[in-house]
Design a protein around this ligand. Structure first.
Ligand code: EPU
Length: 302
């Protein structure tokens, strides 16, 4: 969707919103897949309610893009624009056992920053790619750690009220790769409470997790992490592997040889290729194991 020629563009500029026309989302997502649209960079939180009102009045659809590491975006010209909180110098500070972090911050960067202030607990999250906002929304987790355990407060833009609100950690449900945030809530900032631990010990934990991840996951290839959620008590990766599907492909979309729940863009895969592969693997798993796998990756299709 193109809005640079519309009158709303001038008003957005007054609100210090930067409009980037014709951005290819294949360059903004870790899968390297996605069509083209205009992007808005929202530099000031306080203008977000006004920006949202403007977009609603003009009937301009939008999606919020965080780190782009867990989305599968449709091909071609997209019928919505993308909003993004700029990631240069996101706020992070520590006060006692509390860490205050902007949602635009890199998740791994936040773990390291806290570690340097002798605050641990999140070692398992170190290699999870993406932004803090995305991690909050999905309750990102790995190696026994889930970000939700440490959340004390979230500042967010609530589309339902049109206001910026602060929600207490106790009022948010954090489940396995799922939270009680509304789909159109926009994460802005979080307050975490973390256990004290000397930097050296946290670093040792970080190294162990990095090593486990390096040996079991295809880190240097284009992926969105795990494609499917694990079914209760089971492992999607193990089931797909047992069916001999490593290397199985649809166009340039391919099941990783290293971890069968990672699907790779091995060249110039399209969203359609990736969806064909997802459906094919889901069907085969269902046929053999009677288990209906649920997507972990978020699909942005019209
Ligand atoms: N396995 C295989 N073959 C494979 C992959 C895995 O046999 O191709 C086996 C492993 O040997 C192991 C079991 O399956 O016995 C589980 O594998 P792994 O330890 O890699 O964990 P996972 O359940 O596949 C989950 C998360 C990952 C997270 C790791 C580490 C989900 C869907 N996946 O993977 O998260 O990094 O544990 O904690 O919950 C993600 O969310 O995108 C993600 C990658």
């Amino acid at each position: 969707m193109r809005i640079s020629e519309k009158p709303v563009a001038a008003r957005l500029k007054e609100l210090e919103v930067e409009l980037k026309p014709g951005v290819s989302l294949s360059e903004k997502t870790s899968l390297g897949i996605g069509g083209t649209t205009d992007e808005l960079l929202l530099r000031r939180f306080d203008t977000i309610p006004e920006v949202m009102r403007l977009l609603a009045n003009e009937k301009i659809s939008y999606r919020f893009l965080g780190g782009g590491t867990n989305v599968l975006v449709d091909d071609g010209e997209l019928p919505w624009i993308v909003l993004h909180l700029p990631t240069s110098q996101p706020g992070m500070r520590v006060e006692g056992n509390a860490a205050y972090v902007d949602a635009a911050a890199d998740l791994g960067g936040m773990v390291t920053f806290c570690a340097k202030h002798d605050l641990g607990g999140m070692e398992g999250l170190i290699g999870v790619p993406g932004s803090v906002g995305g991690a909050l929304r999905m309750n990102a987790g790995a190696y026994g750690t889930q970000i939700g355990s440490y959340v004390r407060e979230v500042e967010l833009y609530r589309a339902a009220s049109g206001e910026i609100e602060t929600v207490r950690g106790n009022d948010i449900r954090f489940d396995y790769r799922h939270t009680s945030f509304a789909p159109d809530d926009v994460m802005l900032r979080v307050k975490l409470e973390l256990p004290s631990n000397p930097f050296k010990e946290i670093l040792a934990g970080i190294k162990v997790c990095n090593e486990k991840r390096r040996t079991s996951q295809p880190l240097n290839q284009k992926s969105a992490g795990c494609i499917f959620k694990n079914p209760p008590g089971g492992s999607a990766g193990r089931m797909i592997d047992e069916l001999g599907l490593k290397g199985h492909r649809a166009g340039d979309a391919r099941v990783s040889d290293r971890h069968a729940n990672f699907f790779i863009n091995a060249g110039s895969a399209s969203c359609a290729d990736m969806l064909r592969l997802i459906d094919d693997v889901r069907e085969r798993v269902h046929k053999s194991f009677g288990v209906e796998l649920e997507n972990e990756v978020i699909l942005w299709k019209n």
